[in-house]
Every structure is written in C-alpha cells, then in structure tokens.
Design a protein around this ligand. Structure first.
Ligand SMILES: CC(C)(COP(=O)(O)OP(=O)(O)OC[C@H]1O[C@@H](n2cnc3c(N)ncnc32)[C@H](O)[C@@H]1OP(=O)(O)O)[C@@H](O)C(=O)NCCC(=O)NCCS
Length: 203
C-alpha cells in the first residue's frame, strides 16, 4: 500500500516538475521538446543556454552562463544536445563556451567549468579569490555518447572525444581521445578501444 501511494506521489511530482520545466524552458535561448528539471535547480543566464530534446536534470543541478562578474563582461554560451541526462548535484559554469553533445550521460556531483578565479601567479594570488578577475583558458567540448562518472571534474580547454568514459572522481585537464576510458587525478587514459575490441566485448 505504502509503495503504491509513494508511486502516485512520485508521478504527481514528476508531472508538476515537468509543467514548471516547460514554463522555465521558455526563457532559454532555444529548447527542444520534453525538458525536465527536478527540485532546487539553479539556472543563470538562460538566454545564453540552448537545450535539445529529451533533457532531464534531476534535483540540485546548477547551469550557469555567467555574462557579468564585477566589472567584467562575458559572452557565454552553453549548448546541450539531445537526450542528455544530468543526475543529481551537477554544476556547469561557463563564461566562454561549454558544449555537451547528444546522448551524454552525466552521473551525480559532476563539475564542468571553463573558467578560474585569476591566474596562478603572485599578483592574482595576492588578491582575495573573489576579487580576482575571472579568466577562461578555453571552451569545454563534450562530444556525443560520452558517459561521465560520479564526482568527476572537467576543467577548461578540454575536448572529450565521442563515446569516451570518464571514470568516477577523475579530474580531466587535457583532451580525451574518442573511444577511450580516462581515470585519476589528473585523468589519464587507462583504456582505448578499437572496433575489433568493441565487437569482442559485445560477444
Ligand atoms: C572506469 C570504469 C567505467 C571501469 O572501466 P574499466 O575499463 O572496466 O576499468 P577496470 O575496472 O578494468 O580498471 C582498469 C584500471 O583502472 C582503475 N580504475 C577504475 N576506475 C577507476 C577510477 N574511478 N579512478 C581511478 N582508477 C580507476 C582500476 O583500479 C584499474 O587499475 P589497475 O589496472 O592498476 O588494476 C569504472 O571504474 C568507473 O569509474 N565507473 C563510473 C561509475 C559511476 O560513476 N557510476 C554512476 C552511474 S551514472
């Protein structure tokens, strides 16, 4: 009985969140069909964010296209493709450009950022962190069919090649070739698959 009632409440919650999401999606630069945001999601700069079809962001996700910080002005863009799922507590922040391709699966508590608070030099580090100028070392591109594991961080100026896997808690600071698995801090390639190996694995 309790399971049944819980199921109904879950369904009602989903429908309610879908309706709220539909209204919210009107503020995006563009948005496809079937967009769903869970509870306590924070969106900054929706007019610079485009989202494709069938997007699910579960609870406590933050997507921020930051166009102003103090006196600094940015021209940020975040493009999210079709069939993208963000699980819980992820944070995407752009002052430059972040692209998430089609069919990308983000686990929970993932951080994707194209910027830092200042440079790692004496002048900037003498200032308080909040008063350092925000700088971008370059865009983040996540190509199609990538799976990002729990707790991973993907930092600026990185391209993750199609069909790759980012292991749980990896910190990605360099480009990831397509069809590879990277793990660790900083992330290194632990496996690269080829067509033959793919066929072998699927036997
Ligand atoms: C990377 C992953 C997919 C496994 O890939 P795999 O190719 O099967 O890797 P293996 O288990 O064969 O491990 C290969 C090596 O990488 C290491 N490794 C695996 N995952 C690792 C991780 N997250 N961090 C650091 N090293 C890792 C293993 O210890 C092993 O090291 P060794 O060769 O020295 O023994 C898996 O470990 C992982 O991180 N999955 C993410 C889980 C997750 O976040 N789920 C959320 C659900 S959406």
């Amino acid at each position: 009985m309790f399971n049944f009632i819980e199921k109904i409440f879950r369904r009602l919650n989903w429908e309610y969140r879908s309706l709220v999401s539909l209204i919210r999606s009107l503020s995006f630069e563009s948005s496809g069909s079937s967009i769903h945001f869970g509870w306590d999601c924070k969106i900054v700069g929706a007019c610079n964010i485009s989202i494709g079809d069938n997007f699910i962001a579960h609870d406590r996700n933050r997507i921020e296209a930051i166009s102003k910080n103090g006196s600094a002005i940015f021209n940020p863009k975040i493009h999210i493709g079709n069939n993208v799922i963000m699980n819980y507590g992820c944070h995407i922040g752009a002052v430059d450009f972040i692209k998430i391709g089609n069919n990308v699966l983000l686990a929970s508590n993932i951080y994707i950022s194209d910027h830092d608070h200042g440079h790692t030099n004496y002048e900037d580090m003498s200032l308080t962190p909040v008063s350092r100028n925000i700088i971008s070392k370059g865009p983040v591109i996540i190509e199609d069919n990538v799976w990002v594991g729990e707790g991973a961080a993907i930092l600026a100026n990185v391209t993750i090649g199609k069909n790759s896997i980012i292991a749980a808690h990896a910190v990605v600071t360099k480009d990831v070739p397509p069809f590879s698995v990277v793990a660790g801090v900083p992330a290194k390639v632990i496996k690269k698959v080829t067509q033959n190996k793919l066929n072998e694995n699927s036997k």
